[in-house]
Design a binder for this molecule. Structure first.
Ligand code: 16G
Length: 170
């Protein structure tokens, strides 16, 4: 719960995980299902049907791989604890790079009614700092649409020379 407590960000004030007296930043918990977590993700992409049992099962599967899935959420304290933001850091264990850890930022989403309040910036800053300092990642990567490239560049993410992102869909 308090993994991000000790972080003081230069440009964001965050005290006791509370941002702007309105938002609580914390890891995902099972009861977030009832507070719109999946509905929020639907603003990012297709989620299909996810029942409470499906959600709980996947949540517990993730927990069984310790130090791998770090799912942050933003809870709107004054609005029935609605989940209005989320981002995930996945830490992949490798043999290369002296048994290195590769980080991936995934499923970043801020509720459309809460945009323009630096919430996305807060999530990316926290996860990037956490990946570097606590998870010891040797690199972190993410995929995004064209119009978000400049957003992510401000946190140090860039196109790499001679590397391409390839994908196959099923
Ligand atoms: C974006 C997300 C990615 C997510 C994908 C879903 C970020 C930085 N990137 O690329 O994590 O998984 O959208 O789209 O949040 P898809 O359902 O078409 O794979």
């Amino acid at each position: 719960q308090s993994i991000f407590k000790e972080y003081s960000l230069k440009d964001v004030k965050l005290q006791d995980n509370i941002y702007d007296n309105k938002y609580l930043i914390r890891p995902l918990i099972i009861s977030d299902y009832d507070h719109g977590f999946i509905e929020l993700l639907r603003q990012l992409t297709d989620c299909g049907t996810v029942t409470y049992d499906d959600f709980k099962k996947r949540f517990n599967q993730m927990k069984q791989s310790p130090n791998t899935y770090h799912i942050l959420v933003i809870e709107d304290i004054n609005n029935d604890k609605q989940i209005v933001g989320t981002a995930t850091l996945v830490c992949e264990k490798k043999f290369i790079r002296q048994l290195g850890i590769r980080g991936r930022i995934e499923d970043v989403c801020v509720h459309d009614r809460c945009r323009g309040q630096q919430l996305g910036k807060l999530l990316i800053n926290l996860l990037t700092q956490f990946a570097r300092e606590k998870c010891d990642c040797y690199k972190i990567s993410l995929e995004c649409k064209d119009h978000l490239v400049t957003f992510y560049q401000q946190f140090g993410y860039n196109h790499e020379d001679k590397q391409n992102f390839l994908c196959q869909r099923f």
